[in-house]
Ligand binder design. Structure first.
Ligand code: ZN
Ligand code: ZN
Length: 340
């Protein structure tokens, strides 16, 4: 049997270990992907720390996958050998629950299949995925470009394009990290008056380079007051994982303004009810998107030049890449490469 290298976790909170495994075979409806790159996402902690119920170990993490189809299972139509594809958080769905029947696959109630959680993901030289989870990668994007767009990219792109904000509206991105540095680019390219909010001044030059019209230092300034000076935000895209930082921007929402939560905050938010109801303001979350949303993200990024800024690690250093991402020091996305 032919073998491959993979980075796996054998138990919750266990280490990420490089092992040799048999190359998986795709069953009916699935394809095998020769992985070229896989982004390291904060949500990989679900697998690493055992935070998601029902994970079967050993498990290979990774849901920001980019590579090439190298085997096609029976009954697969529309995808061919050698095609460049990505797989993201939406890695398949049941097809028969109420959400799926409404075409809302990423909120599948029965069997949302997330790579690296429901089945082995992209921290490996090969992985298999349902054809329904595939996104086509345009020619102009490298695998290293495409990988981080499959979760961080589609989450920011898809939440912004469905936020109701219109060109010229004030849209703030809270947090300039793995998600936020993409959020600022997408917001600017979509024609929003884009405001970046982060702690300290060191990220201002980068935020402006990425397309921010204005920068708010939330350490020195009151972000809510600063947003109101700009007329109030139509949307604040919250990419931080800090509940207090999210609470602090709520007062900066304009009429009909929305706080869109993308970062998994550990603490609850402090919310005053009256400003919400008087100004029809709202707070909502957004769960990335389905495979066609990922494909739209790749196409838009190819068209407009949006790119993740990546720190590249070979697959052998997956454990180090994960720790680097979790430390918050990655500038701005850690991506594994198989060297293929
Ligand atoms: Zn992710
Ligand atoms: Zn379903």
């Amino acid at each position: 049997m032919s073998k491959m290298r993979a980075a796996q976790i054998t138990r919750p909170k266990g280490p990420i270990e490089i092992v040799e495994r048999e190359i998986p075979q795709p069953g009916a409806g699935w394809v095998r992907i020769k992985v070229e790159a896989c982004g390291v996402c904060h949500s990989d902690a679900m697998t690493k720390e055992g935070l998601w119920p029902g994970i079967e170990y050993p498990r290979v993490p990774g849901h920001e996958i980019a590579g090439v189809i190298d085997a096609v299972g029976t009954t697969v139509v529309g995808w061919t050998l050698g095609q460049r594809v990505g797989v993201g958080w939406h890695g398949g769905h049941c097809g028969y629950c109420d959400s799926c029947r409404r075409g809302d696959f990423v909120t599948c109630q029965i069997a949302l299949q997330v790579p690296g959680i429901a089945y082995d993901g992209g921290y490996a030289e090969y992985m298999i995925a349902p054809a329904s989870a595939l996104a086509s990668i345009p020619e102009g994007l490298s695998a290293l470009d495409a990988g981080p767009l499959m979760c961080a990219g589609v989450t920011t792109f898809n939440s912004l394009r469905n936020s109701g904000a219109r060109p010229g509206d004030v849209v703030a991105v809270l947090g300039i990290g793995g998600l936020g540095h993409l959020g600022v680019q997408f917001a600017a390219k979509m024609g929003f008056k884009t405001v970046a909010i982060a702690r300290g001044m060191d990220k201002e030059p980068l935020a402006r380079k990425l397309g921010a019209f204005s920068y708010i230092d939330s350490k020195a300034q009151d972000p809510a007051a600063e947003l109101l000076k700009l007329g109030g935000a139509k949307v604040v895209l919250a990419t931080v994982t800090n509940g207090d930082a999210m609470s602090a921007v709520l007062g900066g929402l304009g009429v009909n303004g929305k706080l869109v939560i993308l970062g998994a905050a550990a603490e609850p938010l402090q919310v005053a009810g009256i400003p919400l109801l008087l100004g029809r303001r709202s707070i909502l979350g957004w769960p990335s998107g389905s495979s066609i949303d990922s494909q739209d993200t790749l196409a838009f990024s190819n068209l407009t030049g949006v790119r993740a800024m990546n720190e590249i690690f070979p697959l052998e250093r997956a454990a180090e890449a994960y720790e680097h991402m979790m430390s918050g020091k990655a500038r701005f996305r850690a991506v594994l490469t198989t060297g293929r």
